[in-house]
Write a protein that binds this ligand. Structure first.
Ligand code: AMP
Length: 437
């Protein structure tokens, strides 16, 4: 999918109220943001608009909160089941207590923590509204002057957001004269504050610098890559990556498969895979993909050796005894949990010779230090490479960041699901809805 969308530089922004949808869905632990990458990546757009004298109204979702702004808090299934298990006389009081608790829990998902971080990064000037389209938001937006910034409360505090409710989109849009989408991480979802505003609020809609960068770099890699072009796919299940494999086989010179999904390919070659992850319903698909690779002259690399263990580690980071076996000799009573050292070298060599590399998904159960070696080896190979290196979000991005390799990778995407759907060649609704150049 190639896009040629209008950006913030293609429209008049001075003196205008501009609603900017960012992806501030950052990890927060005990009230502290543990990775501010997505906030930092949003700064170029915010700074540009501010410097041009726009009034910048920021909005985003964070996590999956209860719907505080709706008529009543919806308790989750576990909470409802716990109440149902009580004697009838106690249920009403228990429901009231659960709702009160949910209201308090919801504070965990308040974007106030993001407003504080933005103030730290921008040296102040960011005003936080305690609701999204309510009285406080409207009053704070009405008081804005050129160069001011207001951050609205979590768009998912109402269920209308994920329902892509047109009325909610219109209410959001009524705060502004122009809509800028810069939330790449949610671009694969059509929600009220993303595609909905562009479709229903009657505002001009353009993209910000982050979306422009994400689709620019990944779009070029897919449509006009410097060759050899190598893609590395990992993660748990083949089923999640069916379309990505299919699409990438039409584009790459080498496709490398690791992680749990490799075992369905190994089984399709006729190897016994013991207790490894295996999706029998996808054996024919894997055979087809191996055939397609051969027909297209694409090298399809599978693990030649495997790190196996008797059991899956429990807890996941528990110490574990492993051994290395050739991939066609996985013992029946063992399971493959990481690629082996010969495979690490094979994959690193393929990366060494590449001019463009795209990586999405871990090579093994990287949450366990003993089983993280394959994932680390791939991250290291990308960091050492002089090729254009692109890492899809999620686990592989986190691995590069934790290892301190982030600044040696050309582009680490802020979108896990969005980057995967982009690699699949799917249209991203949060981008498709924006105006073409
Ligand atoms: P995904 O969500 O599909 O990107 O997969 C990520 C998960 O795959 C991680 O939690 C890994 O622990 C898991 N994973 C990777 N390799 C294996 C494997 N060989 N067996 C079981 N799980 C795996």
């Amino acid at each position: 999918m190639t896009y040629n969308k209008k950006t913030i530089e293609d429209v008049e922004v001075a003196g205008k109220k501009i609603l900017v949808r960012c992806d501030f869905n950052v990890p927060v632990k005990d009230g502290v943001i543990t990775s501010d990458k997505r906030i930092v990546e949003a700064l170029p757009t915010i700074k540009y608009l501010k410097s041009k004298g726009a009034m910048v109204i920021l909005c985003s979702h964070m996590g999956k909160p209860h719907n505080v702004f709706d008529a009543k808090i919806k308790l989750n299934k576990k909470e409802v089941a716990a109440i149902d298990a009580l004697p009838e006389a106690e249920r009403e009081a228990a429901t009231a207590a659960a709702v009160e608790k949910a209201k308090k829990d919801v504070k965990k998902f308040s974007l106030k923590v993001v407003a504080d971080k933005l103030n730290e990064l921008l040296g102040g000037g960011v005003v936080f509204a305690s609701d999204t389209v309510g009285e406080d938001a409207r009053a704070k937006v009405a008081a804005m002057k050129p160069g001011d910034i207001v951050l609205l409360e979590n768009t998912r505090f109402t269920a209308l957001e994920e329902k892509n409710d047109p009325e909610f989109s219109k209410q959001l849009g009524s705060l502004a004269e122009l809509f800028v989408n810069d939330a790449f991480g949610t671009a694969h979802r059509a929600h009220a504050s993303t595609a909905g505003v562009a479709q229903h609020a009657g505002l001009p809609a353009v993209c910000g610098y982050l979306i422009q960068k994400e689709i620019g770099i990944m779009g070029k890699a897919l449509s006009n890559p410097e060759r050899p072009f190598v893609a590395i796919l990992g993660g748990a299940k083949v089923a999640d990556k069916l379309n990505v494999i299919n699409n990438l086989l039409t584009k790459v010179d080498t496709l490398i498969i690791g992680g749990g999904m490799a075992y369905t390919f190994l089984a399709a070659k006729g190897y016994g895979v013991g207790g490894s992850l295996l999706d029998e319903s996808k054996l024919d698909y894997c055979k087809d993909m191996m055939k397609k690779a051969e027909e297209k002259g694409v090298k399809l690399l599978l693990p030649v050796d495997t790190t196996v263990a008797k059991e899956f580690p429990d807890p996941i980071d528990a110490p574990i005894d492993v051994k290395i076996v050739d991939s066609d000799k996985i013992p029946a009573d063992m399971q493959g949990l990481d690629i082996g050292p010969a495979t690490m070298k094979l994959y690193a060599d393929a990366v060494k010779n590449a001019k463009t590399v795209v990586w999405n998904g871990p090579m093994g159960v990287f949450e366990n230090p003993t089983l993280a070696k394959g994932t680390i080896a791939v991250a290291q190979a990308l960091a050492d490479s002089s090729a254009t290196t692109i890492v899809g979000g999620g686990d592989s991005a986190a691995a590069c960041e934790q290892l301190g390799y982030a600044n040696r990778i050309t582009h680490i995407s802020t979108g896990g699901g969005a980057s995967l759907e982009f690699l699949e060649g799917l249209e991203l609704p949060g981008i498709a809805c924006l105006e073409d150049k």
